[in-house]
Design a protein around this ligand. Structure first.
Ligand code: SF4
Length: 228
């Protein structure tokens, strides 16, 4: 195991048992590129750029009033994985990129632990502007904004969606379930397998739950590889 991968697993509080080198935990992960569906868009495609422009100019809900800038998303628009969170926080609002700061670093570690670089996935949020005081987005704000996320998903057509946190999962999947009830099940969003796990910001506050998040990530990896 490389030193960097070991460090990522340690960031996830995953104990590596060196006496079992063939365990699934230690098997190097290869996301089978050759099995990927044919890319449907390129970063330069008109539809993608038009969507970016619309979001940049959007004033469809009150959240535009307090934003520094919109946070469209980051990563590879031809990614096989999409990670979907709730909304920008203060760091994200300043930098214009989702999942930066400590929660972002943990998300990067989570992805790296299953062999995925941040740049190889696409990361976006339910709402594109920061809710004040880091509150949850209100229902009318989600209703105004979620069409942009749906359009992003339709353009990317990922092989797997990873929803991080209850707000992201409830709004994408259209339910009101607790996160504990959504974990461990393969959901479907427009027939795309969707896995739910904890938000990294929650994991920073509740590190004992990292073990469960690790289980979710392994499940997501398995689903993505097997195309369930
Ligand atoms: S949160 Fe979404 S709908 Fe509201 S102003 Fe920002 S981009 Fe527009």
């Amino acid at each position: 195991m490389s030193g960097s991968r070991l460090a990522y697993l340690q960031a996830m509080d995953i104990v590596v048992w060196r006496a079992r080198p063939m365990s699934a935990l230690q098997t190097p992960v290869v996301i089978p590129e050759q099995d990927a569906p044919a890319p449907v868009i390129k970063p330069s495609d008109d539809a993608w750029h038009a969507l970016q422009s619309r979001v940049r100019e959007c004033r469809a809900c009150r959240l535009h009033e307090g934003r520094t800038q919109t946070v469209f998303g980051v990563g590879d628009p031809q990614a096989q994985w999409m990670v979907i969170g709730e909304g920008p926080g203060a760091d994200e609002d300043q930098q214009g990129e989702p999942f930066v700061g400590k929660a972002g670093q943990l998300l990067n570690a989570m992805l790296a632990a299953i062999g995925l670089a941040r740049s190889a996935v696409y990361i976006a949020n339910i709402v594109k502007c920061r809710p004040p005081n880091n509150r949850e987005p209100a229902a009318d704000e989600v209703a105004a904004c979620i069409g942009y996320l749906r359009a992003q998903i339709n353009l990317i057509r990922p092989r797997l969606i990873l929803c991080v946190g209850k707000v992201a999962a409830n709004n994408l999947l259209g339910n009101d379930e607790a996160i504990g009830r959504m974990r461990g099940t393969v959901h479907r969003y427009q027939n795309i397998p969707t896995i739910v796990t904890y938000h990294p910001a929650y994991l920073l506050r509740s590190p004992l739950e990292k073990r469960k998040a690790w289980d979710d990530l392994k499940m997501a990896r398995r689903v993505a590889q097997q195309g369930l």
